[in-house]
Write a protein that binds this ligand. Structure first.
Ligand code: ATP
Ligand code: MG
Length: 748
């Protein structure tokens, strides 16, 4: 039968095409990195909308990061057109849950104006509870315990109590902390990340009609779903039980966040007849990068074996380097970046480079080396724009405007700018409020109105500044929002501008941070720009409300503020990727966790020593190995691993190479490639780019290019010897360039 091939299938390999067009209700694609899982999932959405004829608003797609959601939406948009991709219910599990709760949360007793407590908020609330009740607990432990307990999901929570060890030490304290924490969130009308999922599960269990329209649910990075997310997936799909999942057990790296690999087997059990498809060709990496990565993951003998074959050429061998110290390591990375870019002509740019770190705290040296070399970079995952003090303050103000009962936010802004209230007083006030079951806002309002029952200890001038200035300003802004109409609009940007003037924020920055106020004010301006973008996007896209369902009334969020705040909270989670400046080609510094699913032509993985990877605090060595595997498989054509010999001067002992790399360490190259033509040509093939002419390469070399400078690979022994010499003379170590004459490229 000569059926005309749908264009979306034409570019896929047979297994991918079969997955995209499968008629089975449930489809599971388990396959290795770079085999096109995400590509296939995206194509299947297009197929379902374009060929099968589902309305985009009836299709739910869950991705692991906000960034992945955006990219996927864009790609789908190109295929289905007319802005129809905007109608998909597409996002992270958290953002999908938030959408349902905003629309239907009233049915389960949620106030429409709920706010979101992000990780930082949760941590500080728990901290305060522990201090107040003097519980013998450590805040991070308590936080993790509570989160685990919530994330286990409703079915597990309902499981028989035998799972609970009867006498875990501290269990009683943990339970107390949990109860207090939950009560606090409820009083402040906040949901934390776990609640978003748990409450959405509750909603969809009790009111299945909310998802009556949903035709099908598709999920990327399935191996990292946890128990609640699994429930949520089933509930979203409860009407027609059509689900497509893609994942790779070898890339499961969120066990510490209660992700459960066994969700894979659960799915096969709960949905018999699932069409299982494997994809076996790796489209991402050079043959040698793939081989080295597989050698790492194959050390895990218990894993579920899969076939993964390279389709590309061999490419250059990955590099493994031992450097003197972390700062020398960072310098080496910078020199390798510069070399790769210069020596490839226009073929590679800064945007092609990623430095992937086991933990955010390692970024310092890399950042400073890039900064010194004038190489632009951006940080992803773990280090956030929203975490900066001045931005956090504005966000807290906006949160209090939206939700006066948010004690934490109000507590943080009460004395910023200074209003003569010490930190201690704020704490006491919050405690007083909590004792009398009032919100801090209500307590203070009553006090300032002279209510005798609400007497507090704040001084007269402070009272004036709070009741008179702060509350009047915020009430005024709140009023303007609620009275806004077509004829007298009061938008987000206007709100923020009024706020900034109202509290005289620029002046405050000048007074309190004379040295950095310019940078900080620039950040504030950037935040205003982001708000403007958000507002404009929203106007173009229309609401992110859910499709109409007969007989069901949705709450509509008319105000843009809550949407903006939710967007901020959900984006500030460490795993959620990225903000702003997408277009400039800049080097990416990211945690490995946040790099999942992404790819770059050039990848550096520094700090591959025992204690870093595997991390000294990790309990699961296999997960650490998978993490390294995820990092290595992000690379398309160049992969550099490295580690510093010493962590710091004070630390006497030497670092040991990670045991995951040790067994294969002798097969790595010891220095970066020389970018001779055959090498460049192989890279061009892998990346699908044009090979620049030799003259173009010559032309792109900087004028001050000098074959002896740091554009050249560094010989380890030479550089260390040199360092030792310098050290002996008392100088800080700096690396020396070395490149045998015979290996230098011909320049003319
Ligand atoms: P990961 O496990 O890391 O998330 P993945 O399996 O999701 O990887 P993708 O990111 O979908 O893999 O694909 C990897 C790369 O291969 C992408 O650049 C994608 O465009 C490309 N690719 C996938 N399938 C094909 C194909 N049939 N033809 C050409 N390129 C493809
Ligand atoms: Mg993927």
């Amino acid at each position: 039968p000569s059926q005309k091939l749908h264009p979306i299938l034409a570019s896929l390999n047979p297994a991918q095409a079969r997955a995209v067009s499968s008629d089975a209700a449930t489809v599971a694609i388990l396959a290795g990195p770079g085999s096109g899982k995400t590509h296939t999932l995206t194509s299947r959405v297009v197929w379902l909308v374009d060929h099968v004829g589902y309305r985009p608003e009836d299709v739910v797609v869950a991705t692991f990061t906000v960034k992945a959601a955006r990219e996927m939406q864009e790609r789908i948009g190109k295929a289905i057109g007319n802005g129809r991709e905007r109608k998909l219910i597409l996002g992270t599990f958290h953002s999908i849950a938030r959408r349902y709760l905003a629309a239907y949360g009233r049915k389960i007793g949620l106030s429409q104006k709920f706010g979101i407590a992000d990780d930082g908020d949760s941590r500080s609330i728990i901290n305060r509870i522990i201090k107040r009740l003097q519980l013998p607990l450590e805040a991070p432990v308590a936080r993790a315990w509570i989160s685990k307990k919530k994330a286990k999901g409703t079915d597990v929570a309902a499981a028989p109590a035998r799972q609970k060890p009867a006498t875990t030490p501290g269990l009683q304290d943990l339970e107390t902390c949990y109860a207090e924490y939950q009560a606090h969130l409820e009083r402040s009308n906040l949901l934390d990340y776990d609640d978003l999922l748990v409450r959405c599960v509750e909603l969809l269990q009790k009111f299945p009609s909310c998802v009556a329209n949903v035709q099908t649910v598709l999920i990327d990075e399935y191996q990292d779903t946890n128990g609640v997310q699994y429930e949520l997936m089933k509930l979203l799909a409860q009407e027609r039980r059509r689900i497509t999942i893609v994942g790779d057990p070898d890339q499961s790296i969120y066990g510490w966040r209660s992700a459960e690999i066994r969700n894979l087997w659960r799915l096969l059990r709960d949905f018999p007849g699932t069409d299982e498809i494997s994809l076996e060709e790796n489209y991402r990496s050079s043959q040698s990068i793939l081989e080295f990565s597989l050698q790492v993951i194959q050390q895990d003998t218990k894993r579920y074996q899969k076939v993964l074959k390279p389709i590309h050429n061999r490419g250059t061998r990955p590099v493994l380097r031992k450097l003197r110290s972390a700062s020398v390591e960072a310098q080496w990375i910078v020199s390798e970046i510069r070399r790769a870019i210069y020596m490839s002509g226009e073929m590679l740019n800064h945007g092609d480079v990623a430095v992937l770190l086991r933990s955010a705290s390692l970024s310092r040296h890399v950042e400073s080396a890039l900064g010194k070399a004038g190489i632009p970079y951006k940080m992803v995952g773990g280090f956030k724009f929203y975490e900066r003090a001045e931005i956090k303050t504005i966000i807290d103000y906006l949160r209090v405007i939206h939700q006066p009962e948010n004690n934490d936010a109000l507590g943080r802004i009460m004395n910023v700018p200074r209003r003569g209230i010490g930190e201690g007083t704020v704490k006491t006030l919050i405690e007083e409020a909590e004792k009398s079951s009032l919100s801090l806002w209500d307590l203070l309002s009553k006090h300032c109105r002279g209510d005798r029952q609400a007497k507090t200890k704040i001084t007269k001038p402070a009272e004036q500044k709070i009741g008179g200035d702060l509350f009047r300003l915020l009430n005024g802004l709140r009023k303007r929002i609620s009275e806004a109409s077509e004829s007298t609009p009061f938008g987000l940007v206007e709100l923020i501008q009024h706020l900034l003037t109202g509290i005289n924020f620029q002046k405050w920055l000048q007074d309190s941070q004379p040295e950095e106020h310019e940078q900080r004010w620039a950040n504030v301006q950037e935040f205003v720009n982001m708000a403007a973008d958000f507002e404009r996007d929203l106007a173009q896209v229309g609401d992110d409300t859910l499709p109409e369902i007969d007989g069901l009334e949705q709450s509509t969020e008319v105000e843009v503020l809550p949407k903006f705040l939710a967007n901020v909270s959900l984006a500030s989670d460490a795993q959620k990727g990225e903000d702003g400046q997408e277009n400039k080609p800049v080097v990416t510094i990211s945690t490995i966790h946040a790099a999942k699913g992404l790819e770059w032509p050039i990848v550096f993985v520094p700090a591959v020593y025992t204690g870093s990877i595997p991390h000294s605090r990790s309990e699961d060595g296999d997960e650490e190995r998978r993490l390294l595997y995820v990092a290595m498989t992000r690379a398309q054509s160049l992969l550099y691993l490295s580690y510093p010999m010493y962590i710091s001067q004070s630390n006497g002992g030497q670092n040991e190479l990670s045991p995951f790399v040790e067994p294969i360490s002798s097969s790595f190259a010891k220095k970066g490639p020389c970018f001779e033509r055959p090498i460049l040509s192989q890279m061009a093939q892998i990346l699908g780019r044009e090979l620049p002419s030799e003259s173009a390469i010559f032309g792109s070399l900087p004028l001050n290019f000098n074959p002896g400078d740091d554009l050249h690979p560094v010989d380890p022994e030479e550089s260390l010897k040199n360092l030792d010499d310098k050290r002996a003379r008392g100088g800080e170590g700096e690396q020396q360039a070395y490149w045998p004459r015979s290996k230098r490229p011909r320049l003319a």
